[in-house]
Structures are given as structure tokens and as C-alpha cells.
Write a protein that binds this ligand. Structure first.
Ligand code: HEM
Length: 242
């Protein structure tokens, strides 16, 4: 058994342990910090474009991962040819991946250029953004390389996907993952790092986001109205003072 095989057998469980214990720890000791730390109050024009582009793009990427990693190859082969599978995975994956990347690029641009948003950005946020962007870029590279004639020779449904499923049935098949090309190793390693830091970042908001969260209206922030030189708080006009 090679070192790499042991790595792919063991590291997913270390990651799972960090995610479970880390999430428990965060909930126990930082319940009130369990938030997206929304910065909508400071800027909403770019947020209104970047945030849905990123989140809906990510939703399609997640559905793509479920189809590619969870559903066995024999099932997808039963309903479509290999050519159709790779065509739809390549086209939909590339569109979703680019939408996600454009969304996150807009969000990071906004964060850097809007003074108060930048001031509210911690080192923790910066590290999280870096790993998140690297995971997306590496994933998109896998899809794009897979669309080239050389890349198409490797079918990840026979290596990465069965390895992924083997983790959950407690019979790790690191030997399969070892056979995947280097670009898949890089993407999955970055993804595992992202999962390890997840509980300690603002990404925890994902664990408490019900589906309705995606469609709810933005939080309503009321501005203070100014009337006849006096500030009015809330929607009620104060009674006259005389
Ligand atoms: C253990 C976890 C993961 C595995 C095994 C995995 C595996 C894969 C595979 C096999 C592909 C190629 C899909 C195709 O070309 O049809 C891919 C693409 C991609 N991955 Fe991952 N991935 C993981 C986690 C993540 C995470 C955490 C992110 C982002 C935060 C991510 C973002 C992407 C993106 C953007 C693409 C390209 C678009 C797409 O095909 O949906 N992946 N991933």
C-alpha cells in the first residue's frame, strides 16, 4: 500500500472529524457569532448581482457534484451514452462554474473597494475566500481539462466517484483515487482544506440556511428619514411637541 493510498484512505475521515467536532465547538462557544456577518448595510448594488450569481451558480455546482459523485456510473450509463454524459457535464458544469467564479469575483471586488466592507473583513475571511476561490478554479479546471481530447480519456466516474462513495460506507478505496490524474488530486485536496476550515469561518451560515433562505426578501434596513430638519426614527412620525 503506497503512502498516497493511505492518504486518500485516512484524510477524508480526519476532515470529517474536524468538521463535526469543529461545528459542535463553534455552536457551543460562539453561538452568537454564527452568522453570515452580512455587509448589505454598507453596500447593496454589487451585492445584488454578485450574491445570487455566486449562490445560484454554487447550487448548480452542488447538484452537478451529486450527479457525478453520488450516482453510480451504471445508473447514468443506463439513461445516457458516455458522450451525452460528458457533453452535459462539460457544458452545464462550465456555465455553473463560470457563474460561480464571476459571482465570487464581484463579491471580492466589492469587499476590496467598498471602504466599510473592507474594514469589516477579517484575516479569517481573507483566508476563507482564498481557499474557496482556489477550490472553484481547480474544479473548473477539472471540467475544462475533461473537455479536451486528452482529458476525456480519464473517466472520473471510475476513480474519484467510487472513492467518494467508499468513504461513506466505511470501506475507503484510496487505491481508486490514486489512479485519478493530478488535477483531480489538487481539486479534492483544496476541497478537503475548505471543509476543515468551514466550521471556523462565516461559511457556517450554510448549515443553518433552509431552502426558503434563498428566496426570502433581503433583510429590511430602514434609513432614518429627515423631516423639517428633524430625524425620524422608525416609520412613525413623533407627536408634535406642543
Ligand atoms: C470531496 C469533495 C469534492 C470532490 C470529490 C469533487 C470532485 C469534482 C469533480 C470530479 C469535478 C469534475 C466534474 C465534471 O467535469 O463533470 C468537479 C468540478 C468542480 N468542482 Fe468539485 N469536488 C469536490 C468539492 C468541491 C468544492 C467544495 C467546491 C467549491 C467550493 C467545488 C467546486 C467545483 C467546481 C466549480 C467545478 C466545475 C464545475 C462543475 O463541474 O460543477 N468542488 N469537482
Amino acid at each position: 500500500m503506497s503512502g498516497w493510498e493511505i492518504f486518500w484512505d485516512v484524510v477524508p475521515y480526519v476532515t470529517l472529524a474536524i468538521v463535526i467536532v469543529g461545528t459542535w465547538w463553534r455552536y457551543r462557544y460562539d453561538k452568537f457569532g454564527w452568522t453570515t456577518r452580512s455587509s448589505q448595510l454598507y453596500e447593496s448594488r454589487l451585492l445584488r448581482i454578485g450574491s445570487p450569481l455566486f449562490h445560484f451558480g454554487m447550487l448548480v455546482v452542488i447538484v452537478g457534484h451529486i450527479i457525478g459523485l453520488v450516482i453510480p456510473e451504471s445508473w447514468t450509463k443506463a439513461i445516457m451514452t458516455d458522450h451525452v454524459y460528458h457533453l452535459q457535464a462539460g457544458i452545464l458544469g462550465a456555465i455553473a462554474g463560470f457563474a460561480t467564479l464571476t459571482g465570487i469575483a464581484l463579491l471580492i471586488y466589492r469587499r476590496r473597494t467598498t471602504g466599510p466592507v473592507f474594514m469589516a473583513t477579517t484575516v479569517n475571511d481573507k483566508l476563507m475566500y482564498l481557499v474557496l476561490v482556489l477550490a472553484i478554479v481547480a474544479g473548473l479546471s477539472c471540467t475544462l481539462i475533461g473537455a479536451t481530447p486528452g482529458g476525456a480519456e480519464h473517466d472520473y466516474r471510475e476513480t474519484v466517484s467510487p472513492w467518494f462513495r467508499s468513504i461513506w460506507v466505511l470501506q475507503p478505496r484510496g487505491d481508486l483515487m490514486v489512479q485519478a490524474p493530478l488535477y483531480f488530486h489538487i481539486h479534492v485536496m483544496i476541497a478537503l482544506v475548505l471543509f476543515c476550515i468551514w466550521p471556523f469561518t462565516r461559511l457556517v451560515h450554510v448549515f443553518s440556511a433552509p431552502i426558503g433562505y434563498l428566496f426570502r426578501p433581503y433583510i429590511v434596513y430602514r434609513s432614518r428619514e429627515v423631516s423639517a430638519g428633524k430625524e425620524l426614527v422608525g416609520s412613525h412620525r413623533p407627536r408634535r411637541g406642543w
